[in-house]
Design a protein around this ligand. Structure first.
Ligand SMILES: *Cc1c(COP(=O)(O)O)cnc(C)c1O
Length: 392
């Protein structure tokens, strides 16, 4: 018996995602002097390209050497002081982690419950804001794509609800698993702080987090916020102009990022979003044909980059994933928090060709059979029938 497994591992988790060869090659080179002219040009170029994917003209853009969670901490520490109040909808594991971090930082959290099967409810958010006549709530926090449930929150509708309530709170959005997968509009939706990470739709190795910051949020940070140093937004203002960082940046990850952003521009963002929507639709057709239930119960909220699928009662989703890993050399996302072992998640975000994608579904269908999960045949066929003629 050999331990060698032939063929490329299928990394179909909703982050980290598969790294394109072009991205791998771009970072496989010597570092450069981060105080030299070549680096400054790179830094300025990256800010401009990131603004394109955030769909913002002028927002300050931060690039921190950290996972996405670092950009959250940066947002909370710059914009809030202990005792400040924020509003969060409990849409899934990632909203839960936002809430936990805010609580640790001494921020008072008002939360709205959901059943983890839909996005945040803009009407409920509006009602809470209308009742907050003294404007104690300083920020509304939302997760655009809840990666744990594969449900989207309609950020434009949240902003409208805030405007209708004439509430001055900041709007802070976690777009970690939607940037580069879904049409995300920082400016048009009047978002104050958007945060993102490198290892999902942006096709870059883990280790970078990003943030886009409105003038309003910057003014709030200048006037207050809590003690911070490394995460402070102020140095970003100069940094965006010069391209230089106040510390040693993750130079080779930035080479990777530059290449990935070029790839997104070459494919064209509308084409990228349409591709993600196609794969998401094909995945849902497969799940329905298998007779399995989607975790997301609201068709208006289906996520483009990930699909969480429930296993039938009494059947372990973790066991299914283990069987798929051992027999078919593929990694899928696990159920998180409240849905642990109840759902498995197919990541279809980032760099993914149609045949690798249908191969992914094939691995799932074989896994369902191998793991003894009750299901109907024909999921892959349903996906193929759709993809054969789907445009794009
Ligand atoms: C992955 C993810 C995170 C966590 O990001 P890290 O890079 O692991 O810190 C947060 N929010 C969402 C929506 C995510 O998908």
């Amino acid at each position: 018996m050999s331990n060698f497994v032939s063929g490329r591992h299928f990394l179909q988790t909703p982050g980290p995602t598969n790294l394109p060869d072009r991205v791998l090659r771009a970072m496989d080179r010597n570092a450069i002097n981060h105080r030299g002219p070549e680096f400054g040009a790179l830094g300025r170029e990256l800010v401009a390209k990131l603004r394109t994917v955030f769909q913002t003209k002028m927002a300050i853009v931060g690039i921190f050497p950290a996972s996405g969670t670092g950009a959250w901490e940066s947002a909370l520490t710059n914009a809030l002081v202990p005792g400040d109040r924020i509003l969060i909808s409990r849409t899934g594991q990632f909203s839960h982690l936002w809430e936990q971090m805010a609580t640790r930082l001494g921020v008072d959290v008002v939360s709205l419950e959901t059943d983890w099967r839909r996005g945040a409810d803009p009407v409920a958010i509006g009602q809470v804001l209308e009742q907050d006549r003294e404007h104690k709530i300083k920020a509304v926090c939302a997760v655009h794509s809840e990666t744990s449930t594969s449900c989207m929150t309609d950020i434009a509708a949240v902003r409208q609800a805030m405007n209708r309530a004439k509430h001055p709170a900041l709007l802070m959005v976690d777009a970690i698993s939607s940037l580069g997968c879904a049409d995300y509009r920082h400016d048009e939706w009047d978002v104050d702080v958007t945060i993102a990470g490198s290892q999902k739709g942006l096709m870059v190795p883990p280790g970078l987090s990003f943030t886009a910051i409105s003038d309003k949020a910057l003014a709030v940070a200048r006037a207050g916020g809590q003690r911070r140093s490394y995460w402070d937004w102020e140095p970003l203002v100069a940094s965006n102009k010069t391209g230089f960082f106040p510390y040693t940046p993750a130079i080779n990850l930035l080479f990777a990022l530059n290449e990935a952003l070029d790839m997104l521009a070459e494919e064209g963002l509308p084409t990228v979003f349409a591709r993600h929507n196609r794969y998401a639709q094909a995945t849902r057709l497969a799940a329905v044909a298998w007779g399995l239930e989607l975790q997301c119960a609201d068709p208006a909220a289906y996520a483009p980059g990930v699909t969480a699928i429930r296993t039938p009662d009494g059947h372990s989703a973790d066991n299914l994933r283990n069987v798929i890993l051992e027999k078919f050399n593929m990694s899928l996302g696990n159920g998180l928090g409240r849905v642990e072992d109840r759902v498995f998640r197919i990541g279809h975000m980032g760099d993914l060709g149609v045949l690798s994608f249908t191969g992914t579904l094939t691995g799932v269908e074989m896994g369902l059979r191998a793991a003894g999960i009750p299901h109907k045949e024909g999921g892959v066929q349903a996906a193929m029938n759709y993809l054969a003629t789907a445009n794009g």
